[in-house]
Design a protein around this ligand. Structure first.
Ligand code: HEM
Length: 223
C-alpha cells in the first residue's frame, strides 16, 4: 500500500517547506490565542484550569504526532516527512513548558517552597516533572551541531522520548479525578505507536540471545 501511495505522492522541497509553515502557524497561533483569551477573561469560569488543559493536552498531542511521523514516513516511503520530527518535538516541549509555567504562575503564584513540596508530595506532579526534565534534555540537544558532536550517544539519548511519553500518559491518567475514558484513549494510542517500534525495543534482547547461542555452539564444538 505504501508503495502504491508513493507512486503518486512525492514531497518536493517546497511542499515540505509549506508543511512546516502550517505547523508553525497552527502551533503558535493556537497558543497565542489561548493566552490572549486567558488574559482578556474569555476562557470561562476557571481560566487557569482551561489554560492547563489546553497546554497539557496540546503538549501530549504534539508528542504523539512526533512519534507518528517515523512510522508514517516509513509506510508512505516519504523520507522528507522526517524533517518535521524536530519542530514538532520542540513544539511539544514548548507547550509543556507553557503548561508548567502556567501552573507555577497562576496556581502556585511563584511560591517556590510550595513548588518544591508539590513535586515531592504529589506523585502525578513528580511524574510530570520527570517528563519535563527529559523533554528539556531532548530539546537542548536537538540541534544538528550537538547531534554531530554526540555521535552514537545522540540516538540513545533521544530514545528517552519513549520514557517521557509514557510518563506523560501516566501523569494524565493520575491527574484525572473521574472520567478516565480520554486518558485511557491517549494511553492506547501511545502504546500502539510504541508497538510499531517493537523491533527496536527487542533488538538488545535478540542480540544478547544470539550472543548466548553462539557461545553455546562454540562450547559444543570445543567439547
Ligand atoms: C512539573 C511538571 C508538571 C506540572 C507541575 C503539571 C501540572 C499539571 C496540573 C496541575 C494538571 C491539572 C490537573 C487537574 O486538572 O487537577 C495537569 C494536567 C495535565 N498535564 Fe501536566 N504538569 C507537568 C508536566 C506535564 C508535561 C511535561 C506534560 C506533557 C508533555 C503534561 C501534560 C498534562 C496533561 C495532558 C494533563 C491533563 C489535562 C486535562 O485534561 O486537563 N504535564 N498537569
Amino acid at each position: 500500500m505504501g508503495f502504491i501511495v508513493n507512486k503518486f505522492v512525492r514531497l518536493t522541497l517546497g511542499q515540505t517547506f509549506w508543511l512546516k509553515m502550517v505547523l508553525h502557524v497552527a502551533a503558535l497561533s493556537l497558543l497565542s490565542l489561548t493566552f490572549y483569551q486567558a488574559y482578556s477573561d474569555q476562557l470561562g469560569a476557571d481560566p487557569v484550569e482551561a489554560l492547563l488543559h489546553f497546554t497539557g493536552i496540546g503538549a501530549f498531542n504534539l508528542l504523539l504526532l512526533s512519534l507518528l511521523i517515523s512510522p508514517l514516513a516509513k509506510y508512505l516511503r516519504l523520507g522528507q516527512l522526517l524533517t518535521l520530527r524536530r519542530p514538532v518535538g520542540l513544539y511539544a516541549f514548548a507547550y509543556g513548558l507553557c503548561h508548567v509555567t502556567s501552573y507555577i504562575m497562576f496556581e502556585l503564584q511563584f511560591e517556590w517552597s510550595l513548588i518544591f513540596s508539590e513535586v515531592v508530595k504529589r506523585p502525578y506532579i513528580t511524574v510530570g516533572f520527570s517528563a519535563l526534565l527529559i523533554l528539556t534534555l531532548l530539546a537542548t540537544t536537538s540541534t544538528k551541531a550537538i547531534q554531530r558532536r554526540m555521535g552514537k550517544t545522540w540516538q540513545k539519548t533521544h530514545n528517552w522520548v519513549y520514557v517521557a511519553s509514557l510518563l506523560v500518559a501516566l501523569h494524565y491518567l493520575w491527574s484525572v479525578k473521574s472520567d478516565l475514558i480520554q486518558p485511557i484513549i491517549y494511553a492506547v494510542v501511545l502504546l500502539t505507536l510504541l508497538a510499531t517500534r517493537k523491533d527496536k525495543f527487542l533488538k538488545p534482547f535478540r542480540s544478547a540471545l544470539n550472543r548466548r547461542n553462539k557461545r553455546q555452539q562454540n562450547k559444543k564444538k570445543l567439547a
